[in-house]
Write a protein that binds this ligand. Sequence first.
Ligand SMILES: *Cc1c(COP(=O)(O)O)cnc(C)c1O
Length: 395
Amino acid sequence: MTGSLAPNYAPLPVTIVWGEGAWVRDADGVAYLDMLAGYSALNFGHRHPVLVAAAHAQLDRLTLTSRAFSHDLLEPFADALAALAAPAVVGPPMVLPMNTGAEAVETAVKAARKWGYEVRGVAPERATIVVAAGNFHGRTTTIVSFSTDDDARRGFGPYTPGFRIVPFGDADAVRAAIDETTVAVLLEPIQGEQGVVMPPDDYWPAVRAACDDARVLLIADEVQSGLGRTGTTFACELWGVRPDLMVLGKALGGGILPVSAVVGRADVLGVLTPGTHGSTFGGNPLACAVGLAVVELLATGEHQARARELGAHLHTRLRTLTEAGLIARSRGVGLWAGIDVDPERMTGRELCERLLKQGVLAKDTHGSTIRLAPPLVMERADLDLALDRLAVALV
Ligand SMILES: *Cc1c(COP(=O)(O)O)cnc(C)c1O
């Protein structure tokens, strides 16, 4: 350790030098199974050959133009992503490419506010957006303004006004928080950072109805839940609900580079006219080449099917651990699970340290909760190996 690195993370004591599929290695050649998958940025595993090939080919041709000019992959990427998302959002959708998840959330917030003033007729400077307690939407000053996580928020004021926080999973609270100033409801379909917290089954349909009744936009932050993780292409499809805008990121960059986008209603994204919003790197040729390859991987449905099958197996095995008294409870869907350990037994951090010694990488979220989000390409035998090691680490 040289002391030059800012201390905004407390990583587990492992230094990774190589990765392939669901496996990584450290400098000593010790192998680990990756059960975090870059917080779902690595849905297709480390160095997926199709994605790496797309990136290599693009690196040898064109990497950046800025949006001052167009390039030959910008529209094909937008068309392909719009086609993938079309069944899942109110459409036909448009695509606005950005880089990180937080930037795409900011883009959705800006579009919703401008739409609210210009189309819905909300009084100037009065727009409100309803969000959920326990949310995680990124780290910008506006986004942490409506976080309920003290660590994420404290010390970063003055905070951006215009957000109303209601409990997650309570559709009546959403309906009650909406008034004539409300332009949007912004929610994660399932709260990933909070520990893969699932809402009740009637939540999303009821929130959709509340938004429709009040002519308010429904914005789904699918940055972590989207792109195959839940066994559907987008988590909102689990409940058959189509948001007006969907925010994508993480896996959209194939674990190679940051790629994000807002996908949704043309009349909403259409308020972002030239000069009102932009990004130097958003929609760059390399990002579009990788993003296009990601969309093509998802278009076959093969990864979603894998997430469903392996996910069912994962949740069955986690229930066995609960019945054996080794974990307090588990929840989730697809290849995505939150596990609560009895805090008397150990903290989430301790469990992750034990898992590390067993050759499994996982990350605690809050207190005694850890999240499992293995790459969707993981072999079934490797998933079993990771779960065997989890059982050992818990004893
Ligand atoms: C990770 C995440 C973000 C932020 O993405 P960054 O690329 O880290 O800015 C936003 N929303 C959700 C749901 C996330 O999981």
